[in-house]
Write a protein that binds this ligand. Sequence first.
Ligand code: SF4
Length: 352
Amino acid sequence: MPAFTDYNIDSLAEFLAATGHRPEHARGLLGTFYGQSGRIDLDAQSIPKSLRAILRDRVAERRSCVLLRNPSRDGTVKLLVGMQSGGAVESVLMPTVARPERAAGCVSSQIGCAMGCDFCASTKNGFERNLEAGEIVEQVLHLGREAAESERRLATIVFMGMGEPMLNLSNVTEAIRRISDRRIPSISRRCITVSTVGIVPGIDTLADSGLNVHLAVSLHAPDDATRAKIIPMNRRWDVASIVEATHRYQRITSRVPVIEYTMLDGLNDSEDQAHLLAKILGGMRAHINLIPYNAIGPGLSGTTYQAPPMERMERFLQILRDARFSCHFRITRGDDVNAACGQLRLSVLGST
Ligand code: SF4
């Protein structure tokens, strides 16, 4: 049985009309549903009696549930969300440091991941399946409820959880349309970021979609030889083609891209690599996020990585700032609750 999250206003209106009800109810129903973070009282007087019965019989309130809730000392809450049609994904709520009334949510787009990035726990069990748009929306609603319980508002969403969003782009873009629909309580597209490991056709399709969301590119190395050691997909789309696609995205959307760079001791943290990164991004207005590596044990290749010493990471940051880039360390959240992407699911479901 479909759930409310499987509909947008237009498709719910069609469903209502097909059951002999006024399609205009669709906006009110979904407005109530999203306004209450995915809850709806089907006994409400505002819903005609005959419609209540149809909705009860034919539309589920939701089709996922929180299997595990892992709160961290720093206020981060990591959820393991089980899907009715099978599998589980991670969704994370992170308090916004400077704005205590706000929180950011990180959602997954796939169950597992086929990309095989060597420093990532999400890929260790391989790829299971793409999430449907409704299943992505349900994560947002679970996070919205979690935020409300700590008197926060879920203000931003990043597609940086498990999976490669560009390989499930039709469901990701449909989920974005549903959660950002201005006719009902929603999240501004200016506050939504889609992250990719560098799937060039996906970057171009997202640029042309008209959604105008933010783009984050997980670059992690400025040269192909280093990047191919940790990201197998680099053999398909190399650093130069990813940087060109990022430029195109910026030209079309006018959004300032985020370059994500996980810092790995002795691998991608040298001064030369910082200078090379500045050179290949030259001319691009970009935010660069340096992410100290969060240990996950051996990667798929068997290599065990470490975060570089702080002084080396600070030198790397300074070189990029001297080159006039906006560059920051991304604060690691939820250290005590399997903070790295995929770790919680792995610790609960185990590796196969
Ligand atoms: S970093 Fe992203 S793309 Fe790479 S394996 Fe992990 S989830 Fe997949």
